[in-house]
Design a binder for this molecule. Structure first.
Ligand code: SIN
Length: 530
């Protein structure tokens, strides 16, 4: 069964696809002049002249239009401006990308680890040299404040640097043989062509976290970034080419998501699917990958508890909860989704936390001092609104915010809601927005029970000064990541991934390399024993 038959990817973007471009290639500036504000227009023109603002997909090292000429607009969520029109590709283009990735695999996988490492290191250097421009592209298409966007470039580039280093450490093994005339070896070999499907909330870092280790291991990739944020992916791919990653080793296609997903899943040449996104889509990808028994790694939705105990340092707890809740305006899989506060500290925490939230400046990501950008689209705002409405109708109290921001568009007020119960929609599902729900609890056992009462298991946070409790609670939480007295735990050197329905496999760190490797046992017989 194809993924479109299964209704796989969230929604087909084909409805958004426009007819063929007027000219075979419309440069961004040609598209922009009539449609966007002066400031954005100037910025886009500058980015365009830097060569980083690409408006075509990348297949086999060639910048390519959709074969039928269809396009799809990319918007700035803060203003609604159409930044550029990009190709709306489908199954045919994806199959071609897979073929060239397979060809490239035959040579890329044969390079020495040292050579792959050098090119990855060069890619890292170029990402860092262009971090201002990459940050601007992220802010333009995703909305996060520029400082945070440049932070994402540092974070994303670090996965390439780490992979360049780790490429040289993909060791095999020698096993002591039980028979004197045999030698037993384990080789680690690249899995093959990888399909990497990535989300809009980290348009760079979710790509580099997959593509860095894939290339380091000798794999080649077909990337399908989100149609909402394809420009960062294209800029990163341009820099990969400049770094000497050979044509075909990194390909980027997007447009008709179900068709692209179907093609990746059905292909026998694609040996691995790596995905970050919703649990619902992850489950369908997992089922679809069974057709050809591909390896899968899935980084799916979370429902992170952030537990504040009576014995927490209030200042540390407020700072940590703020960091984990409001990063990227609440649009990360590891954002605190439920803030569990012990009854003895509840009132004090609610006041201090609400004051800190109130001081956060909301606005367009290029404005100095802004720390909260818009949500990605109208559907995201409507989801937040419906969760808040449900909570209030069931007795929760809005302590701060609770409605759309006066800036309009998809801006939402940073919000704190008290008296949340774990049965409410907002506590059962990822809100993916700037809303902090506070739940009151009495005992450690109750907190652990509430925290684990979910199908998700990505990130959890604990705030306490008691060392024994730190250990006890960290061990009891059914989560892949635990932050103790810290709300920001992601780093390229540590394994990132969830348990239960939050996913399979790990990204980043030395463990993330294994996701792109096959183990081969070689038995050498008839060996002399003396
Ligand atoms: C995500 O939201 O999927 C990733 C967050 C992170 O890398 O910290």
């Amino acid at each position: 069964m194809g993924i479109s038959q299964m209704g796989l990817l969230r929604s087909s973007c084909s409805a958004l696809c426009h007819g063929p471009r007027a000219a075979s290639v419309l440069r961004p500036s040609a598209v922009l002049t009539r449609q966007i504000s002066m400031d954005t227009q100037n910025l886009v023109a500058r980015l365009n002249s830097s060569g980083l603002l690409r408006s075509q997909c990348l297949i086999g090292g060639k910048w390519t239009e959709a074969y039928d000429g269809k396009t799809i607009p990319v918007h700035n969520p803060a203003t609604g401006d159409v930044l550029v029109n990009v190709p709306c590709m489908g199954g045919q283009e994806t199959n071609d990308a897979i073929s060239v990735a397979y060809e490239a695999f035959l040579s890329w996988s044969k390079l020495t680890a040292a050579e792959r490492s050098k090119r990855l290191r060069k890619w890292y250097d170029l990402l860092m040299a262009n971090k201002e421009e990459l940050g601007q592209i992220i802010t333009l298409e995703q909305g996060k404040p520029l400082k945070e966007a440049i932070g994402e470039v540092n974070y994303g580039a670090a996965f390439i640097e780490f992979s360049a280093e780790e490429a040289k450490r993909i060791y095999g093994d020698i096993i002591p043989s039980p028979l004197a005339d045999r030698r037993l070896l384990v080789l680690k070999q690249p899995v093959g062509v990888v399909g990497a499907i990535t989300p809009w909330n980290f348009p760079l870092a979710m790509i580099t976290r997959k593509v860095g280790p894939a290339l380091a291991c000798g794999c080649t990739v077909v990337i399908k970034p989100s149609e909402l944020t394809p420009l960062t992916a294209l800029a990163a791919a341009e820099l990969a080419l400049q770094a000497g990653i050979p044509p075909g080793a990194v390909n980027v296609v997007f447009g008709n998501a179900p068709e692209i997903g179907d093609a990746l899943l059905a292909s026998r040449q694609v040996r691995k699917i790596t995905f970050t996104g919703s649990t619902a889509v992850g489950k369908k990808l997992m089922a679809g990958a069974a057709q050809t028994v591909k390896k899968v790694s899935l980084e799916l939705g979370g429902n992170a508890p952030c537990i504040i105990f009576d014995d927490a340092d209030l200042e540390v707890a407020v700072r940590g909860a703020l960091g984990t809740k409001f990063r990227n305006s609440g649009q990360t899989c590891v954002c605190a989704n439920r803030i569990l506060v012990q009854e003895g500290i509840y009132e004090k925490f609610a006041i201090a936390f609400s004051q800190a939230v109130q001081s956060m400046q909301v606005g367009e990501g290029f404005t100095e001092g802004v720390v909260q950008g818009p949500l990605i689209n109208e559907a995201a705002v409507q989801k937040v609104e419906s969760f808040v409405k449900d909570a209030v109708s069931k007795g929760a109290k809005v302590l701060l915010g609770g409605k759309r921001h006066s800036l309009g568009m998809t801006f939402y007020e940073p919000t704190v809601i008290g008296d949340i119960k774990n049965e409410m929609l907002i506590a059962r599902n990822e809100v993916f927005g700037p809303v902090a729900p506070l739940l009151r609890f009495k005992t450690e056992e109750e907190a652990i029970r509430i925290a684990n009462d979910t199908d998700a298991g990505l990130a959890a946070y604990v705030f306490t000064e008691n060392v024994q409790r730190m250990w006890r609670v960290s061990e009891a939480l059914e989560y892949g990541l635990v932050g103790v007295n810290e709300g920001l735990v992601s780093t390229e050197v540590a394994p990132f991934g969830g348990v239960k329905e939050s996913g399979l496999g790990r990204e980043g760190s030395k463990y993330g390399m294994d996701e792109f490797l096959e183990m081969k046992y070689v038995c050498l017989g008839n060996m002399s024993s003396s």
